[in-house]
Design a protein around this ligand. Structure first.
Ligand code: 5GP
Length: 186
């Protein structure tokens, strides 16, 4: 099992799609969420879209491998599907935020953790510090996020820096191929 995490806007989805295209043994775990579908998103392909009541029922029924609240919506990985894929000998890839990634690491110590990040986090920090006089509160909130994101990097087994699109794509594919080979497709 491979969990891919990283700050929003880092390009996780694009890189995961590239890996899925390149590695035939790999299968995507479709998450459940309470957020509304965005234009073009399809129920069951991009997410399983649930009402909050239904999501909470799934929590009570223990259906999630992990779940978390993010931006006022709930997101979770249905365990049943993941188990089914693993039993059929495939490698499963998850796209999850940090709290979920930490739960996966606890629950499944054999899961391989991949961190995707934009190239300019340190630069972002420097710029935020330079701008400190503008809106101190907003700056501090951003700093906290940036710092916790940078700190979280070390919790992961691999890091892919999404600097150049093509280069990052190649690195992601190589990384995932290596993991899948080592897992022996399990
Ligand atoms: P978005 O609303 O932009 O699709 O996703 C918001 C965040 O939720 C992203 O960081 C995404 O990786 C994360 N996410 C998507 N599915 C899951 C999931 O099943 N569990 C957790 N913990 N996070 C998820």
């Amino acid at each position: 099992m491979i969990a891919v995490s990283g700050p929003s806007g880092a390009g996780k989805s694009t890189l995961i799609r590239a890996a899925l295209d390149a590695v035939p043994e790999l299968v995507y775990s479709v998450s459940a969420t309470t957020r509304r579908p965005r234009e073009g998103e399809i129920d069951g392909r991009d997410y399983v879209f649930l009402s909050r009541d239904m999501f909470e029922r799934w929590i009570d029924e223990g259906r999630f491998l992990e779940w978390a609240e993010y931006s006022e919506n709930l997101y979770g990985t249905p365990e049943h599907k993941v188990e089914e894929f693993l039993r059929s000998g495939r490698s499963v890839i998850l796209e999850i935020e940090l709290q979920g990634a930490r739960q996966v690491r606890e629950e499944r110590p054999d899961a391989v953790m991949v961190f995707v990040r934009p190239p300019d986090l340190e630069e972002t920090r420097r710029r935020l510090e330079d701008r400190a006089t503008e809106d101190l509160e907003a700056m501090e909130a951003r700093m906290t996020t940036a710092v916790s994101e940078v700190a979280a990097r070390s919790e992961f087994d691999y890091e892919v820096v999404n600097d150049d699109r093509e280069r990052a794509r190649e690195e992601m594919i190589e990384t995932i191929k290596n993991i899948v080979e080592r897992e022996g497709g399990a």
